[in-house]
Design a binder for this molecule. Structure first.
Ligand code: AMP
Length: 234
């Protein structure tokens, strides 16, 4: 007797997660990876900063945690991510930068992604030393308008204090002050173990040495993203 055709499940749209300490280059390499893959780059911290700039209720709730170098509570982060993915057409892959940052968030992401037609295909862990984190963050300047980042020595703007991209003033992020940096590093070490275990246990973790020039590290990130066909023109 002929078998009725099985209902086809549409393939999920990929999400590549970037894990790494503060200043490990998630933003920079996340943008390079997204443009190499033709994916969307979604930064959790960037969305929070945008909510804070706009003075939304979410921004008001998140700002006190962010400015103190603490993590925003999981419920607020989950709310942000649910809203971002809900109603998203899943037409394009996503590079997720700075989310998840806890095991609970990683578990929530599985469910949020599946409900929106996505699946996390890989977690790339950018590995750098704590000394390098301090060096990078203490020289970092961020554009108050477009969020682009610069560094006093490794990526200076053409005109001191002015964003190359939009001409707005460059500021030091409140959470890039030395005492706050130390708090963020300690917190990162506390949280990362279970997260790495989660992705390692499901065969999706790739560790990437993230010290070197921006070009070298971005090339490593792209080559290890686990997405095939990325050397072909998009
Ligand atoms: P980032 O731009 O990734 O360095 O994030 C800046 C700050 O936003 C972090 O130090 C946290 O306070 C907050 N934040 C960003 N992503 C998350 C997250 N997934 N969970 C909790 N807090 C977050």
């Amino acid at each position: 007797m002929p078998q009725a055709p099985k209902p086809q499940t549409p393939p999920s749209t990929p999400i590549v997660v970037l894990l790494g300490g503060p200043g490990s280059g998630k933003g920079t390499h996340g943008q390079a990876l997204a443009s190499a893959l033709g994916y969307e780059h979604v930064s959790a911290g960037g969305h929070f900063r945008d909510h804070i700039r706009r003075g939304t209720p979410l921004g008001r709730q998140a700002s006190k945690f962010i400015e103190n170098g603490q993590l925003v509570p999981d419920e607020l982060v989950t709310e942000l991510m649910r809203t971002l993915f809900r109603g998203c057409p899943a037409a394009k892959g996503v590079v997720l930068d700075g989310y998840p940052r806890s095991l609970a968030q990683a578990e929530a992401l599985e469910e949020i992604a599946a409900a929106a037609g996505y699946a996390v295909t890989g977690a790339l862990y950018l590995v750098i030393s704590s000394d390098e984190i301090v060096r990078r963050l203490s020289g970092r300047w961020t554009c108050g308008m477009c969020g682009r980042t610069f560094h006093e020595t490794s990526k200076p703007p053409a005109r001191p204090g002015v964003c190359d991209a939009c001409g707005a003033e460059l500021l030091r992020r409140a959470d890039d002050e030395p005492a706050t940096i130390r708090r963020r590093i300690a917190l990162f070490h506390e949280m990362i173990g279970p997260l790495l275990g989660f992705y390692r246990g499901t065969g999706r973790l790739v560790e990437i040495a993230a010290e070197g020039t921006v070009q070298e590290v971005s090339a490593r990130v792209i080559a290890n993203s686990g997405v095939s066909g990325i050397n072909e023109p998009l």
